[in-house]
Design a protein around this ligand. Structure first.
Ligand SMILES: NC(=O)c1ccc[n+]([C@@H]2O[C@H](COP(=O)([O-])OP(=O)(O)OC[C@H]3O[C@@H](n4cnc5c(N)ncnc54)[C@H](OP(=O)(O)O)[C@@H]3O)[C@@H](O)[C@H]2O)c1
Length: 258
């Protein structure tokens, strides 16, 4: 019963699945939050088989619906005596342009991405306060600092998440709770399987380290922010992006020849 408990949202696939598995390997009990009951059950079964020593609970909610979030945190509190780590990872991305985005699309993305992170963090902090300890980690993106065409609402939501993370950090510091954001660059997720070698090579040319992160590499940054190795780190942003955000001009590998 002394095992720490970690919750990851959007844990049924891609980065979220990589993160919750990393917590399993690191000896945590696991709360796998998904969007649908089917994925919650499937992910719970998968994690129970992989980590038979861990307590594992699959939960589900639409993170655009705060009432569902609060219902689920009530269930978690009934089953778990503690919550040590929350990773807000679930996201909607979509494709939106400035000239065409509708009020409905903007509202939906801000509700799900920003409101969802906020109310998950709020409910988690209330579980952490009695133990005077906890870590909240928000998956953000380098897009919060720059612009990529057709992703304006997503980028704005990630910039809001950076700000949210700092506001949370300053308010909960007195309870021993920390909150930080990870600004990820490209992560190798399922859709990469559909890219051609040429497409992948073209992408990688933009990044000084010439490769994307794997979910497991993102997990190393998350695990660091989760435990006492980062005991005095709060209200900050950890960039894990193969160097893409330091480039003011298109990256030129052969810069010394110019
Ligand atoms: N992939 C990248 O290159 C990249 C780069 C920078 C930052 N990031 C950030 O890293 C995180 C993970 O990215 P990813 O690419 O692994 O994500 P992803 O593959 O798009 O998965 C998104 C997850 O969020 C869940 N989700 C979507 N809408 C939801 C809702 N309304 N309620 C609850 N859950 C919902 C999805 O559930 P379903 O499976 O049911 O749809 C899925 O589990 C995100 O925060 C993203 O912004 C990713």
């Amino acid at each position: 019963m002394d095992r720490p408990v970690a919750m990851v949202t959007g844990s049924n696939r891609n980065t979220g699945l990589g993160l919750i598995r990393a917590f399993g390997r690191a000896g945590y009990d696991l709360v796998a939050a998904c969007r649908t009951p089917e994925n919650a059950a499937k992910t719970e079964n998968l994690l129970k088989a992989e980590f038979p020593e861990a307590r594992v609970k699959g939960v589900w909610f639409d993170q655009g619906k705060p009432d569902e979030i609060f219902r689920v945190f009530g269930e978690i509190a009934e089953q778990f005596d503690r919550l040590d780590v929350l990773v807000c990872n679930a996201t909607v991305t979509g494709r939106q342009t400035f000239l065409e985005i509708t009020p409905g699309e903007m509202t939906e993305i801000m509700n799900k991405n920003v409101g969802g992170y906020l109310f998950c963090a709020q409910a988690a902090a209330k579980m952490m306060i009695p133990r005077r300890k906890g870590s909240i980690i928000m998956m953000s993106s380098v897009q919060s600092m720059g612009a990529v065409p057709r992703m304006m609402a997503y980028a704005a939501s990630k910039a809001a998440i950076n700000s949210l993370s700092r506001s949370i950090a300053i308010e909960v510091a007195k309870y021993g709770i920390r909150c930080n954001a990870i600004l990820a660059g490209a992560i190798r997720v399922d859709k990469w399987a559909s890219f051609t070698d040429e497409e992948i090579a073209r992408k990688r040319k933009n990044w000084p380290l010439e490769r994307e992160s794997t979910p497991e590499e993102i997990a190393q940054a998350v695990l660091y922010l989760a435990d006492d190795r980062s005991a005095t780190v709060t209200g900050t942003e950890l960039t894990v992006d193969s160097g893409v955000s330091m480039c003011l001009l298109p990256y030129d590998k052969h810069w010394e020849e110019g």
